[in-house]
Design a protein. Structure first.
Length: 132
């Protein structure tokens, strides 16, 4: 009986380790996507700008976007950051539990074609995560 319980614990431990190993948060590009968080955009503009640059460079490197789209998206992200300060309170008050990030960012990013394209990659499942 004791041996059976130890085997069950080992199986459960192994399953949990495999699940943790495959979570998207372990992928660098997913961690860099924090630059799309509204509070991050406003409160840590330099850090979020650097993360966005690394994010699009990584997507370009893995051929998920072209280098032209990457360069354009970086420029558009910096443009949005400059205009965001007028809407500072809206970004700070964004509620991650009740608001939809895609709808919220769509209000600011959707006119910026390449920036919106990059952001939308993170609003769907991660079929490309094995490359990150």
């Amino acid at each position: 009986k004791r041996r059976f319980l130890l085997n069950c614990q080992l199986i459960i431990k192994t399953i949990i380790q495999k699940l943790i190993e495959k979570t998207p948060i372990k992928y660098r590009l997913v961690r860099l996507a924090s630059c799309l968080a509204p509070k991050e955009i406003v409160e840590n503009s330099e850090r979020s700008s650097n993360r966005f640059r690394l994010l699009v460079d990584g997507l370009s490197l893995h051929k998920k976007i072209s280098s032209k789209v990457a360069d354009s998206a970086k420029f558009q992200y910096n443009e949005v950051q400059k205009t965001v300060f007028e809407k500072h309170d809206e970004f700070i008050k964004f509620d991650y539990c009740n608001d939809r990030l895609d709808s919220f960012l769509g209000n600011y990013f959707s006119e910026k074609k390449d920036l919106w394209h990059v952001a939308k990659l993170f609003f769907c499942p991660f079929p490309w995560s094995k490359f990150c």
